[in-house]
Design a protein around this ligand. Structure first.
Ligand SMILES: [Cu+2]
Length: 157
């Protein structure tokens, strides 16, 4: 009889653990935003601006917007896009970066990016740069983006 009772408790504990797991999963699904492959462009010594790139996936059925970003490595962080103007690629500050419902937005060289302006220190290769993204609904997501050497498209002929 005693063993049946203890068995019952083991089962109870198991189901408790499983419902906890379920809760954690739900919490993750609620945010629904995954950041894939973030990185920051390495810059030559003395250059005080750089940019961060990443892919953002939105698994929810609601459109999401990044409205702000912050990082301890630079004084100013802005959301930028590239536009063609007078035959030249120019950067423009944008108010928000949209991630469509059940969709994905790619921040990449020559396109959307997170601009790091007025770097406090030089960036080392493989250094992890902390970036906090702020969404329109007030939620925040922090990521760590390693510094990588990349070649800007359009700069090589
Ligand atoms: Cu820029």
């Amino acid at each position: 009889m005693k063993s049946i009772v203890s068995h019952f408790f083991v089962l109870l504990n198991l189901s408790f653990a499983m419902s906890l797991l379920l809760l954690i999963n739900t919490a993750m699904a609620e945010n629904g935003i995954s950041i894939v492959d973030p990185y920051v462009r390495a810059v030559p010594p003395g250059q005080t601006v750089s940019a961060a790139f990443l892919q953002i996936e939105n698994s929810t059925d609601k459109v999401r917007f990044i409205v702000n970003a912050a990082s301890p490595v630079s004084r100013v962080v802005e959301l930028h896009s590239h536009v063609h103007e007078d035959g030249m690629m120019k950067m423009r500050k944008v108010e928000a970066i949209e991630i469509p419902a059940k969709g994905k937005t790619v921040l990449k060289p020559g396109g959307l990016h997170i601009m790091l302006i007025d770097l406090h220190d030089k960036l080392e290769i493989d250094q992890k740069v902390a970036i906090t993204l702020e969404f329109k609904d007030g939620s925040q997501q922090s990521i760590e983006a390693p510094v990588r050497k990349i070649i800007m498209p359009g700069m090589m002929k």
